[in-house]
Design a protein. Structure first.
Length: 262
């Protein structure tokens, strides 16, 4: 194409001398032909330039695409690294969660143990002979242990435990019951005088206790064992008079005949 262009220029250069050889009409025709060829060459050059521009645009797009692909690859690598970091963090979170759960279980166990120990030390509200009372846990445990000895038939051990309880807790709400069971243990051991003394404490110090009429019944029984019929009769009559509506009064009436003097 460039060769044809330079050929056209050469023809233009020789066009002037050609007038001497050819007529004006032929010269005009030759110039027109050359101009036509030149226009054709320019068109071809423009077409080639357009193709080059398109190719350049395509190349630019390809470069952009490659750059985008490189960017996407970098993002993918970064995303993969982030995923690995997230996986590590999740593993650490799982470990921390397990540690926290173990710590919470340990704390609950410690709290339960501490709460149990504190409850053993805290006063307890109990019913003693039909009346509510507040007692220390140790006090309650000591009384229950002594009473368990009595019920198991260990009367000698019960007397020792009950005497120790009375000495340690002189103002205990269990005092009336402790003296009553102490008198009962002495009675089982046939120590009737000690039995009378313990039961008399119930009558003198705790006259409003439900143990008082029962204590008088035990005193009367001990008096009979000591062959003190007159004393036993007076004790039974006192029950009937002072505690007329009790079960002890009914039993006292039944036992009165046994106190008759011969």
């Amino acid at each position: 194409m460039l060769r044809a262009f330079f050929l056209g220029l050469t023809l233009l250069a020789v066009a002037a001398p050609a007038r001497a050889l050819f007529g004006d009409d032929e010269a005009r025709k030759a110039i027109l032909e050359l101009r036509k060829q030149l226009a054709e060459q320019e068109r071809r050059i423009a077409a080639l330039q357009a193709q080059l521009d398109k190719q350049a645009e395509v190349l630019t797009r390809v470069e952009r695409l490659e750059a985008a692909q490189r960017g996407a690859l970098e993002l993918a690598n970064q995303l993969d690294a982030l995923r690995q970091d997230i996986a590590k963090l999740r593993g650490q979170i799982d470990l921390l969660t397990n540690d926290l759960a173990a710590t919470q279980r340990k704390n609950r166990d410690l709290y339960s143990d501490l709460d149990g120990r504190l409850k053993k030390l805290e006063p307890a509200t109990v019913m003693i002979d039909g009346r509510p009372a507040v007692v220390d846990r140790a006090e309650q445990a000591a009384f229950d242990a002594a009473l368990a000895q009595f019920r198991a038939g260990d009367f000698r051990g019960a007397t020792v435990s009950l005497q120790a309880f009375i000495a340690r807790y002189p103002q205990s709400p269990y005092s009336a019951a402790a003296h009553y069971w102490l008198g009962s243990a002495h009675y089982q051991l046939k120590d009737y005088k000690a039995a009378i003394a313990a039961q008399q404490t119930v009558v003198d110090k705790y006259a409003d206790s439900i143990r008082a009429p029962e204590a008088l019944l035990n005193i009367a029984a001990s008096q009979l064992e000591l062959n003190d019929r007159r004393g036993a009769r007076a004790t039974l009559q006192r029950i009937i008079k002072d505690y007329p509506d009790t079960e002890a009064a009914r039993l006292a009436k039944e036992r009165l005949p046994a106190t008759a003097t011969r």
